[in-house]
Design a protein. Structure first.
Length: 186
């Protein structure tokens, strides 16, 4: 495995979770974020009834550390229609996300900068994704479940990363209970 590893933030948070699809996590761990095409990365988040993605909150993070040195960048993920054929629970929704077109060249530039930096000495890095959630219609049920799918190459398949995970296990009961209403949904 390359010393420059990848990690999806969800994987870090869910390392022992039974809803994490370990074959997809293993495949992502072998992916080199410095050669991955940012324009090909795409996610689908399947949300239960009562939960929505906070507009503008989806971001892709690329970072690397070499000793005390650190390089990082945050790139906006644009919402798009979810891929056809994704199973959605009754009353739920699916949202697709891909790196915003304007951020693709910025990420490619950072990839090149980190790759050059890495050639000068050992570096460890990560590629992660994060997004915020908000409650609609009273919020998600205590036993609500969600899924995340990821595509890492253009035209490639969507791979399940989190399969029907119980939100209270994925986020923690306190975080789930603290989700605020979406603006305009009060």
């Amino acid at each position: 495995m390359s010393p420059f590893h990848t990690a999806i933030l969800a994987i870090l948070a869910l390392a022992g979770c039974t809803s994490l699809v370990h074959s997809t996590a293993a495949r992502l761990a072998t992916m080199d974020p410095l050669t991955a095409d940012p324009a090909a990365l795409e996610l689908v988040v399947v949300l239960p009834p009562g939960l929505a993605v906070t507009p503008g909150s989806a971001k892709l993070e690329l970072s690397a550390d070499r000793g005390a040195e650190h390089k990082s960048g945050s790139f906006q993920l644009a919402e798009r229609p979810a891929a056809a054929g994704v199973a959605v629970p009754e009353g739920g929704s699916a949202r697709g996300f891909a790196i915003a077109e304007a951020d693709v060249p910025k990420m490619r530039a950072l990839q090149a900068e980190i790759a050059a930096w890495k050639r000068e000495g050992a570096a460890k890095g990560s590629l992660g994704m994060g997004l915020g959630g908000c409650a609609v219609d009273g919020g998600p049920a205590a036993d609500a479940r969600g899924s995340v799918l990821i595509r890492v190459q253009e035209g490639g398949p969507f791979l399940p990363l989190i399969a029907d995970g119980k939100l209270s296990d994925l986020l923690g009961a306190q975080v789930l209970a603290a989700i605020k209403p979406c603006k305009g949904a009060e």
